[in-house]
Design a protein around this ligand. Structure first.
Ligand SMILES: [Zn+2]
Length: 259
């Protein structure tokens, strides 16, 4: 339960980040650019364009000599409805509830199609959580005009089921994860005294398989450039060694995930 609460709390933080991102994009911007929402699927899942490379070029901000202009889209693949707010915010009124948006991110530029996190699809988690408006991550990516097999990179913020649970849906992608996160959840987490709440063993096996295929990149610590203009940061420790990213541009975007 503690782990569940922590997972959901993290998801709530993600919601707050998403809401913050939504705020200035509600409708037409001051420059007249219409960030219209594209509805994907019958369940109301939404694809939100945060920045569109063709229409709003992102300037390089100094973190790399060859950062491309990236587009960033949020892919909302499910909702946890009516979750008690007091489980997310300390001191919140006991009778208030909130719908939690479950989101991963699609970043494109420089010849790369990158996912930041991957959602989930395994049946067991639908039994543990009340989830509605679900669209499988690979299907949602297809609806965004991207063949799942063409995804080049999946950057994993942390190993929880609702973030790493979709990596096997993108078979050709290189997976990026913090080295200490990989080492812990493929090792000590499953030994006596280890912590593996919210971790799906099937995801761990896929992670190891991807490593044997030469499609795993282990990120060594804080403030590391993964791809031109995309840097990983640590410190929050939502899990053993979680990470978040900053995507260069004007403005740059920080995608926090559950951190
Ligand atoms: Zn989490």
């Amino acid at each position: 339960m503690q782990q569940t609460t922590r997972t959901i709390l993290g998801s709530a933080l993600l919601v707050l980040i998403l809401l913050a991102a939504l705020a200035p994009l509600d409708g037409t911007t001051s420059s007249g650019h219409d960030f219209s929402r594209a509805v994907a699927g019958s369940g109301g899942n939404q694809l939100l364009v945060l920045s569109e490379a063709e229409e709003q070029p992102l300037r390089f901000d100094g973190s790399s000599s060859d950062a491309p202009s990236y587009s960033i889209r949020a892919a909302r693949y499910a909702t946890v409805p009516k979750f008690p707010l007091e489980g997310l915010v300390m001191g919140a009124p006991k009778d208030q509830q909130i719908d939690i948006a479950m989101v991963f991110w699609v970043i494109q530029g420089g010849g790369h199609t990158i996912l930041f996190d991957s959602g989930f699809h395994r049946e067991k988690w639908f039994k543990d959580f009340h989830i509605v408006d679900y669209v499988a991550p690979d299907k949602l990516v297809e609806q965004m005009g991207i063949a799942p097999a063409s995804v080049t990179d999946v950057i994993i913020s942390h190993a929880h089921w609702d973030h790493m649970g979709g990596i096997d849906l993108f078979p050709n992608a290189t997976i990026w994860i913090q080295q200490r996160e990989f080492e812990y959840y493929t090792g000590a987490a499953w030994q006596s005294g280890g912590h593996n709440g919210g971790i799906d063993p099937e995801d761990v096996l896929e992670l190891v398989r991807r490593n044997t295929q030469g499609k795993l990149r282990l990120v060594d610590g804080d403030d590391v450039e993964l791809l031109p203009g995309i840097r990983a940061y640590t410190g929050a420790r939502h899990t053993f060694a979680s990470q978040y990213i900053r995507v260069a541009g004007d403005p740059p975007y920080v995608l926090a995930s559950d951190n």
